[in-house]
Ligand binder design. Structure first.
Ligand SMILES: [Zn+2]
Length: 336
């Protein structure tokens, strides 16, 4: 892996200034053109994959920040089984907003420590983009007194998870004090406006996105999994397609940031969101076709034909789960 990176460097390709390696200052990526034209941020021309090995990035490069705009960073950290979980960091005049944490107290603490290399300002806001544990299980290390933004559906889920954790004697699940009212909430950070948007139920049911209209950035959390098989354990399969289309249709968005998988350049991020939307459509259609065979679920999933999606991360694990969830929706068994 290191050999790949040094090979690129030895070819004399320019480093992208916007990508900070784990030291917080070291330019990591080898890439042509971008630095010369003054564009900072994610690298271009890399393989379309969630797999760091295929992408040619050593795991030692993580966690890392990807600069998206002045005061705005994506944070890519590796989770099991080897792809990224992405958080968003927005530095305001008086404090920092985070959208989504990482999957353990240690991983989220590392993120907070790395944010200290960007700014001494305190963490003041936390947005629950996804209520799943791989984004929330580290929230016990967040500072007291922060302002939470969470959709009512996610607050209800976190309450259920908290009760289940208490009953099973597992680590406590942090439950925000109150949910947002309505589908939109704006916070003025002094440096920029941040708009939290609920565009419908997708991956969790409480899916919140973070929109920076001036910077034209949309952090989509788990509603956008870049080259990761559509994970549907708690999803709303057909509504997820509508949410992806609503995101693509939003005005003032050039750059779509996923909750898992790599942060792409703006143009590629839109292409890949379209690819992901099409993947959800394909999963819905294939599961519906399998239902038409009249077989029990366990037999039907063995006949699933995912085509190119079978090479995406988690395909083997998530394929059968997605079929079951689409069948539940077709049978009218999902919550209204
Ligand atoms: Zn996740």
């Amino acid at each position: 892996m290191t050999a790949i990176v040094s090979l690129r460097v030895s070819r004399g390709i320019l480093a992208v200034l916007g990508i900070l390696a784990s030291t917080g200052t070291l330019p990591l990526h080898a890439q042509s053109g971008a630095a010369a034209s003054g564009i900072s941020g994610p690298a271009t021309g890399l393989p379309r994959t969630a797999d760091p090995a295929v992408r040619g990035i050593p795991l030692s490069a993580f966690p890392r920040f990807v600069k998206l705009a002045d005061n705005v960073y994506g944070y890519e950290e590796i989770r099991q089984p080897g792809f990224t979980t992405v958080s968003l960091v927005v530095i305001g005049r008086d404090g920092v907003l985070i959208a989504d944490g990482q999957g353990s107290p240690a991983a989220t603490q590392t993120m907070l420590d790395r944010i200290r290399t960007l700014t001494p300002l305190p963490i003041k806001w936390y947005v629950v983009g996804s209520d799943h544990g791989d984004h929330t299980a580290g929230n016990s290390v967040l500072p007291a007194g922060i302002t939470w933004v969470v959709h009512p559906n996610s607050l209800a889920q976190l309450k259920r998870d908290s009760a289940a954790a208490a009953a099973a004697g597992r680590a406590a699940v942090i439950v925000p004090p109150r949910a947002m009212s309505g589908n939109e909430e704006t916070i003025n950070l002094g440096t920029t406006q941040v708009v939290m948007r609920f565009l419908g139920r997708a991956h969790t049911g409480g899916d919140l996105m973070v929109h920076l209209p001036r910077e034209q950035i949309l952090f989509m959390s788990e509603a956008y999994l870049n080259r990761v098989f559509p994970a549907m354990r708690s999803a709303y399969p057909s509504e997820w397609v509508a949410v992806a289309n609503a995101a693509l249709a939003l005005p003032n968005v050039r750059h779509f940031i996923p909750g898992h998988g790599f942060i792409e350049t703006p143009d590629v991020s839109r292409e890949e969101l379209v690819t992901f939307r099409d993947a959800i459509v394909q999963v819905n259609a294939e599961a519906k076709r399998l239902k038409g065979l009249g077989l029990p679920l366990a037999d039907a999933v063995k006949q699933a034909q995912w085509g190119a999606l079978s090479a995406w991360f988690l395909a083997e694990q998530q394929g059968p789960i997605a079929v079951r969830k689409v069948w539940e929706e077709l049978d009218g068994k999902l919550p209204r």
